[in-house]
Design a protein around this ligand. Structure first.
Ligand code: P53
Length: 476
């Protein structure tokens, strides 16, 4: 008997736009990821006005998974993956997003990809919208600030559910829907919702409206999916960075609680089908009047998720600031450094116990099965003299997190479906567009400027993870 259930879903996670490439092949349309240039550590990616010649767009070719997926899946199978999380590029299915009929070539690509997984006994886990909205929906409709996008998403979801109903059982609707709680950056609202703010707009109000439409779209998709195949497990996907109080001063503790409410109300809506009171009060106080119909309320109630998928990389900390009498949390200005944890080169605070905390917090709040669909260490890898990346730092990070995950299951009784570390094969970083920020068990020969053979090689962590899966987490 192992501490984890025998059917535990070990695997790895990626997103279409970060690895497929082939951005204009097979009838694919342009997505929001296709108009983002490469940034760097601490330098935001530029969002350009369409594709501008002379600019470098790292997602256009990515790691060419579009042509190489068979070999890559073979490597996943060699590691013993039970599941593989990827997304369906919306623009392969509906190139512009507002067509009535899907693109057969795009549908066929995912048929082949899922067949390839199943052939190796790997269960596909699929995100419908992972930072890759059709760009046409941004320029013509303003992204998810427009109610019409609910219908477009619904059509996309229904098309996928019907087509893959016998191949895919595990689904998620919107990746890290709560990233946009940080509405003061350009990155999160654009990648989450296709929102390109204009000068002087009320960023916060627009974010809450877009998130509302997404929550409704998600709920409608859940209902449709369950009708198409009652065996479907359809989850939400939340970016979990627990917000700790910087001290035990009561005002700091309260501040952290208010921060958690605001960062995670999205989960309440997905799980309970209604807005928590604190958010309703907050919106009222801020004079944010959502376009929220009676039908929306119905839809939310009828489309509650089956499980909570979440990413976990790091934890945050916050502190009460003099004068903030309503304890309003603003992610852009209210985070402080936590001196009790170390950070990665990109400033992400490494905190394995935070994962156990998160698993318990979700369980206490929502009582639903959980699925860790991202976790990992973005680091710079060097090929050793033997041609192998000896990524002991990555092994250490993952080992520490898996230990806490097992304690949460074994000692705390958390209901956990699986674990899929992020970027199981090196891919393009979402926040920086770099190749250099690597997460993989499999090294891909390509650099930040786009040079390299794209050749794949197994890192030291590849063999380590193989052992972890084989022993169901007993041998770390
Ligand atoms: P990169 C912010 C905070 C936590 C997770 O991120 C985040 C982000 C936004 O980047 O994104 C998720 O590549 C996301 C993936 C992404 C991964 O984390 O910036 O779901 O698409 O690649 C890692 O290092």
């Amino acid at each position: 008997m192992t501490k984890l259930p025998e059917n535990f879903l070990w695997g790895g996670a990626v997103a279409a736009h970060q690895l497929e490439g082939g951005y204009n092949e097979g009838g694919k349309g342009i997505s929001v990821a296709d108009v983002m240039t490469a940034g760097a550590n601490g330098v935001e990616r530029k969002i350009t006005d369409g594709i501008v010649s002379g600019e470098y767009y790292p997602n256009h070719e990515a790691i060419d998974f579009y042509h190489r997926y068979k070999g890559d899946i073979e490597l996943f199978a060699e590691m013993g993956f039970k599941c593989f999380r990827t997304s369906i590029a919306w623009t392969r299915i509906f190139p512009n997003g507002d067509e009535l009929e899907p693109n057969e070539e795009g549908l066929k690509f995912y048929d082949d990809l899922f067949d390839e997984c199943l052939k190796h006994g790997i269960e596909p886990v699929v995100t419908l919208s992972h930072f890759e909205l059709p760009y046409h929906l941004v320029t013509e409709y303003g992204g998810f600030r427009n109610r019409k996008l609910i219908g477009f998403f619904e059509r996309f979801a229904k098309t996928c559910f019907e087509r893959y109903k016998d191949k895919v059982k595990y689904w998620m609707t919107f990746n890290e829907i709560n990233n946009q709680a940080n509405f003061e950056t350009d990155f999160a609202p654009f990648t989450n919702s296709g929102i390109a703010y204009k000068e002087g707009e009320n960023r916060e109000a627009i974010m809450y409206q877009a998130a509302h439409y997404e929550l409704v779209a998600s709920a409608r998709a859940v209902k449709i999916g369950h009708a198409i195949n009652p065996d479907f497990k359809i989850g939400c996907m939340i970016a979990m960075c627990p917000v700790y109080p910087a001290t035990c001063k009561p005002k700091d503790v309260l501040m952290a609680q208010k921060a958690m409410q605001k960062r995670y109300y999205f989960t309440d809506v997905h799980v309970h089908g209604e807005y928590p009171e604190h958010i309703k009060k907050y919106l009222k106080r801020k004079n944010i009047n959502l376009d929220f119909t009676n039908e929306d309320a119905e839809d939310l109630k009828n489309g509650c998720v089956d499980y909570i998928g979440f990413s976990y990389y790091m934890s945050f900390a916050t502190k009460y600031k003099e004068g903030n009498d309503s304890f309003d949390y603003n992610e852009a200005t209210d985070l402080v450094k936590n001196d009790y944890v170390k950070a990665s080169e990109w400033g992400w605070q490494i905190d394995p116990e935070g994962l156990r905390y998160a698993l318990n917090w979700f369980t206490d709040m929502y009582r639903l099965p959980l699925f860790i669909v991202e976790n990992g260490f973005g680091a710079i890898d060097q090929l050793g003299d033997d041609g192998v990346v000896h990524d002991t730092y990555r092994i250490e990070y993952l080992k520490a997190h898996i230990k806490e995950m097992i304690k949460a299951v074994d000692e705390d009784g958390v209901d956990l479906m699986g674990y899929t570390p992020w970027g199981c094969i090196d891919l393009v970083s979402a926040s920086t567009g770099e190749m250099k920020k690597r997460y993989g068990f499999i090294y891909v020969d390509k650099d930040n400027e786009g040079n390299g053979t794209l050749e794949r090689s197994r890192k030291e962590s590849f063999y380590w993870y193989q052992q972890v899966i084989k022993s169901n987490g007993e041998e770390l």
